[in-house]
Design a protein around this ligand. Structure first.
Ligand code: GDP
Ligand code: MG
Length: 598
């Protein structure tokens, strides 16, 4: 295809503003998705994504389009995820585009992720086209929202598009506008091959699938390519594009977006952000290196039965093939036995991985409460990072503990400012800025310890603002703090998997709340169970579960047999999620108790 007839674009939006719905309408309008294949959110391929209504992995589709002027064009739509945990996926997808549709919900306005995505788009020099969505809703306020976009972003909105992705109103105009305003790709066919990897994943049958965008040069099926960073060479075994189903082609030229297989076994050989070039004539100017992705949230994952250790390991390995941002290492817990320490980008990423494990691999898991990484300096001068609170050295050994901080922007209607400030102060935040975006909406900037966010921050923010706040954050580094380890003992036995690190001012209160919560989540047994919280050698809380009297089980006798069987089955189900600690049965819930103490 002649590059002049190609447009590569993305859709960016705050979550729920209608990005996936707009993509669906575009596919329908261009006749790309036949009626029988029609289903909501076509680009959200994974079942999990559809159920949760979020987009996890970026997807791409090539759309042939006949414009009003009768000319044939190719539109490459590169879908991006909308959640803050996945902003690295957004940035690499945007680097493959020349333009972006900025979708803003006309009933909501500019939110934290709207701004964050706009900045990523500006970083990549994209042409940004403002699109006001949901104008079919009676509560839409297009005039006010347009003004908000102009003020908050400084984007000219005089030609902003008004659409309803739901009814399809205004969507044809969106396509024409893309043709008019998004610049065609500027690559040279004669130059050495230079293509950007913006996504890659593992396919169990074909090996690694690489999604790329050609900047200069061209690619032929069967050609030898070189990964610029490693200089490793591969032979293309299949070249193709998504139309929207995978379709094989022999050739792709400058500006085109496609996929390739090349018998690549290891996802690390097709690193996102890397440059693909020709083995025979490599380019001298690769794309600048992308940010390396660092896991920020860690938890232990343990099989509920020791015999499931190997299957769990296999499952984790397979998941990692598909998700370069997820990592894991074997670890041993006194309480839980052999398992794995896993690293994630954020809490949502963690939840998704755990759900996928249980769904796709039928693994029965015990997960420990999430934690952040800490930087520890010992009195003999060594500095290292720990990602498990139980690894913290003895108190006498420690010179300093530093914890990760984030800079967070919270967007909120002004009547909730007070509640947000109170929450951030309670979470040890340091206020950095507060300004009015419009007369009724405020942007509050705080620096906060990341650990405080991991524990219930988002739920609290949502509840104190009745869901009207939105936020975005980035990690800014490690800073020293007065931190101590809080241990849990059950019948005198330390439960290493329940240890947490807390700020000294809060540790005492936390210990008491945690002991109480555990008393409530650990079922009564036939003997007494003592639950204690300790800081160092000092016991700060003690709770007791009295023994059950044996005849309580007598209740089960008699009655309808099917009901009883159901009850038994349910019990069995629950049991699998228990962990036997010595002679105490501890349910999965108890390991998560630290997450919701208030
Ligand atoms: P995304 O998170 O940006 O991908 O948002 P979705 O496309 O999943 O849309 C979020 C919700 O808004 C869904 O329930 C959609 O049905 C709804 N929605 C999207 N566009 C419109 C629209 O134009 N009008 C109305 N009334 N609802 C819409
Ligand atoms: Mg979506």
């Amino acid at each position: 295809t002649d590059p002049k007839r190609i447009r590569n674009f993305s859709i960016i939006a705050h979550i729920d503003h209608g990005k996936s719905t707009l993509a669906d309408r575009i596919l329908e309008l261009t006749g790309l998705v036949a009626d029988r294949d029609k289903r909501d959110q076509y680009l959200d391929r994974m079942d999990l994504e559809r159920e949760r209504g979020i987009t996890i992995k970026a997807q791409t589709v090539r759309i042939p389009f006949t414009a009003a002027d009768g000319q044939e064009y190719i539109l490459n739509l590169i879908d991006t995820p909308g959640h803050v945990d996945f902003s690295y996926e957004v940035s690499r997808s945007l680097a493959a585009c020349e333009g972006a549709l900025l979708v803003v919900d006309a009933t909501q306005g500019v939110e934290a992720q709207t701004l964050a995505n706009v900045f990523l788009a500006l970083d990549n020099d994209l042409e940004i086209i403002p699109v006001l969505n949901k104008i079919d809703l009676p509560s839409a306020e297009p005039e006010r929202i347009l003004q908000e976009i102009e003020e908050a972003i400084g984007l000219d909105c005089s030609e902003a598009l008004m659409v309803s992705a739901k009814t399809g109103d205004g969507v044809p105009e969106v396509l024409e506008r893309i043709l008019r305003d998004v610049p065609p790709p500027a690559g040279a066919k004669e130059a050495p091959l230079k293509a950007l990897i913006f996504d890659s994943w593992y396919d169990p049958y074909q090996g690694v699938v690489v999604l790329f965008r050609i900047l200069d040069g061209f690619m032929n099926d069967g050609q030898r390519i070189q990964m610029f960073s490693s200089k490793k060479e591969f032979e293309i075994t299949q070249l193709g594009m998504f139309a929207p189903e995978p379709q094989r082609v022999n050739y792709l030229g400058p500006g085109e977006v496609g996929f390739l297989f090349a018998s690549i076994k290891d996802l690390t050989d097709a690193r996102v952000g890397d440059t693909i070039t020709a083995a025979s004539n490599p380019t001298a100017t690769p794309f600048p290196d992308f940010k390396k992705i660092q896991p920020m949230v860690f938890c232990g994952l343990y099989p509920s039965e020791p015999s499931q250790y190997e299957p769990l390991k296999k499952s984790l390995e397979r998941l990692q093939l598909n998700d370069a941002a997820f990592n894991f290492d074997p670890e041993t817990s006194q309480a839980l036995g052999f398992g794995f320490r896993c690293g994630f980008l954020g809490l949502l990423h963690m939840e998704i991985i755990q759900e996928r494990l249980e769904r796709e691999f039928q693994a029965q898991l015990i997960a420990t409460a999430p934690s952040v990484a800490y930087q520890v300096t010992t009195i003999d001068g060594a500095t290292f990072t720990i990602d498990n609170p139980s690894e913290l050295p003895a108190r006498e050994q420690i010179e300093e503990i530093a914890e990760p901080y984030v800079r967070m922007e919270i967007h909120v209607p002004n009547e909730y400012v007070g509640s947000v400030l109170t929450l951030c102060e309670e979470k040890r935040g340091i206020q950095k800025d507060m300004r009015y975006m419009t007369s009724s909406r405020v942007i509050i900037t705080y620096e906060l310890p990341f650990a405080e966010i991991v524990f219930d921050f988002f739920d609290r923010l949502k509840s104190v603002t009745r869901g009207f706040a939105s936020m975005d954050y980035e990690v800014i580094g490690f800073f020293p703090a007065d931190l101590v380890k809080l241990d849990i003992l059950i019948n005198g036995e330390p439960m290493d998997a329940m240890s947490t690190i807390a700020h000294r001012d809060k540790a005492y209160h936390r210990g008491r709340a945690l002991a109480l919560k555990l008393k409530r989540t650990i079922p009564r047994q036939l003997f007494e169970v003592i639950i204690q919280a300790a800081i160092g050698n000092k016991i700060v809380a003690k709770e007791r579960n009295a023994p059950l009297r044996k005849n309580v089980t007598a209740k089960c006798y008699g009655g309808d047999i099917t009901r009883k069987r159901k009850l038994l089955e349910k019990q069995k189900e629950g049991k699998r999620r228990m962990k036997q600690m010595g002679n105490v049965e501890i349910p999965q819930e108890a390991f998560m108790a630290a997450l919701s103490l208030d």
